[in-house]
Write a protein that binds this ligand. Structure first.
Ligand code: PLP
Length: 482
């Protein structure tokens, strides 16, 4: 017995030793993170490696005996780091550029240390109440009314999934017990993100019941076609239940006419969800508030602080004016999760598919407090301004064509010539590893995108990217002329 307690004691001693080790290593790691965030432009944006190369270098079995932090870190620097695509690089301008800001990283570190699981208020009062508070702050900043209830999910895809589930519940409360009813029909634009269709697949709506409404010349949903599609479907015995409008579409960042769409949803009693995953952040700027005009009449809205709001991935802010329906959709409380708290206690597990929840609110709290509304506004305004400057430069170069308006900080353009030529341009520019751009297809043509959204990006970075595009275009055009 005595020996047994000695062993327990020595176990505690070894914990203490390991905490000293942790402290020493953590200081090193923090130093590395600070250097990385300060100098991320020194890395190539894209790694130089072939698929499978990292896997081939790593052991195919986990170690039987623990290894020291020093060995793990050495392999991080030697093997993992060279295989990283640096989303924190100021010339990462693919998809939507993002920022893992220092305050956000601190919030992540503390959340990891607390390891609180916010399934119930009781399991994480701080996580639950901070989530309500920071989502309230953000709601005020983007101008949504007070009756919008907020919840954090991991991604916009998952937020939109929850919106469609709640829309289905509103249209047909029997679905919860009896399974999906056929013919429920959802409307979104042909420029909407694929997550809308994926949500419909996952919820048993079916891809055939997702009507993709055509867009106008500016890539905005055509509301005349939307309304006739709804009428036509009703005559065919279908059951329209949801419209997903986008504020900031993925390809061109176009903005659907939300107020007119809200009128339509009200006329037909449909759920209106707004996907403002990227551009919702711009509504913080008073001069951009208009992009969410009509959103106060939506049933739900998603915006992603992990896109343009300096918050490390992942953190998606979902708002709904009908938390009662969202709760009716997802609440299912087994005995072991029953609690006796006062009504004011929110149990976020009741509002979504997941039970366990990370303490994500902490990093958003750090970000919003550290930068403040003014600090964030300055960064967003610079991004928008540099995108406008790039658009003007493209317009002034007869070899290039700009193919979409630039409402925010994404510019879509192509080099005059074939799709093949444009693919080569993209490949060659990215092969320098000095920049990462991505592409899309618009009106059947291959188009390049420059997405400005990293907080470390400067006007000079944008100029360098434009110089690189021009010199590469020169080379490709003169090679094809030979
Ligand atoms: N909605 C829009 C408009 C997007 O552009 C994106 C991604 O770029 C998404 C949804 C999906 O975002 P997430 O990766 O958070 O699921």
């Amino acid at each position: 017995m005595a020996e047994c307690s000695r062993k327990e004691w020595s176990g505690k001693n070894s914990m203490k030793t390991s905490m000293e080790d942790f402290r020493r290593t953590a200081y090193q790691v923090v130093d590395w993170i600070a250097d990385y965030l300060e100098n991320s432009r020194q890395y190539p944006v894209l790694p130089s490696l072939k698929p499978g190369e990292l896997m081939d270098k790593l052991p195919d079995k986990a170690p039987d005996y623990g290894e020291p932090f020093s060995a793990i870190l050495e392999d991080f620097y030697r093997l993992i780091l060279p295989a990283v695509t640096h989303w924190n690089h100021p010339r990462f301008m693919a998809y939507f550029a993002i920022s893992g800001s220092a305050p956000g990283v601190l919030g992540e570190m503390l959340a990891a240390a607390l390891n609180a699981n916010g399934m119930l208020w009781k399991t994480s009062p701080a996580g639950t109440e901070l989530e309500a508070v920071v989502l309230g702050w953000l709601r005020q900043w983007i101008g949504l009314p007070e009756d919008f209830f907020g919840i954090i999910y991991d991604t916009a895809s998952v937020s939109t999934f929850h919106a469609i589930a709640a829309a289905r519940e509103m249209a047909d409360p029997e679905v919860r017990e009896c399974g999906a009813s056929p013919n429920l029909t959802l409307y979104t634009s042909e420029q909407a993100h694929s997550s809308v269709e994926k949500g419909a697949i996952a919820l048993g709506i079916g891809r055939r019941n997702v009507r993709k409404i055509p867009v106008d010349a500016e890539f905005q949903m055509r509301t005349d076609v939307l309304e006739s599609a709804i009428r036509e479907d009703m005559q065919l015995g279908k059951r329209p239940f949801c419209i997903v409008a986008t504020v900031g579409t993925t390809s061109t960042t176009s903005v659907d006419p939300v107020a007119t769409i809200a009128d339509i949803t009200e006329r037909y009693n449909l759920w209106l969800h707004i996907d403002a995953a990227y551009a919702g952040a711009a509504a913080i700027l008073p001069e951009y508030r208009h992009i969410l005009a009509g959103a106060e009449r939506a049933h739900s809205l998603v915006t992603n602080p992990h896109k343009w709001l300096l918050t490390p991935t992942d953190l998606s802010a979902f708002y709904t004016r009908r938390p009662d329906i969202l709760r009716r959709t997802f609440s299912l409380v087994p005995e072991y999760l029953h609690t006796e708290e006062a009504a004011r206690a929110i149990n976020y597990m009741d509002y979504g598919i997941q039970l366990g929840r990370r303490f994500r609110a902490l990093k958003l709290w750090f970000v919003l407090r550290y930068f403040g509304r003014e600090g964030i506004s300055q960064i967003l305004r610079s991004h928008i301004q540099w995108a406008q400057e790039l658009a003007t430069a493209i317009d002034n170069d007869a070899r290039f064509e700009r193919v979409a308006p630039v409402p925010f900080s994404v510019v879509c353009f192509r080099l005059n010539g074939s799709d093949e030529l444009n693919r080569r341009l993209l490949q060659e520019v990215n092969a320098t590893r000095k920049v990462f751009l991505s592409h899309t297809i618009l009106n059947g043509r291959f188009v390049l995108r420059v997405a400005i959204g990293n907080m470390g990006t400067t006007r000079e970075d944008v100029q360098q990217v434009w110089d690189l595009l021009q010199t590469t275009a020169d080379r490709l055009c003169s090679a094809s002329a030979v």
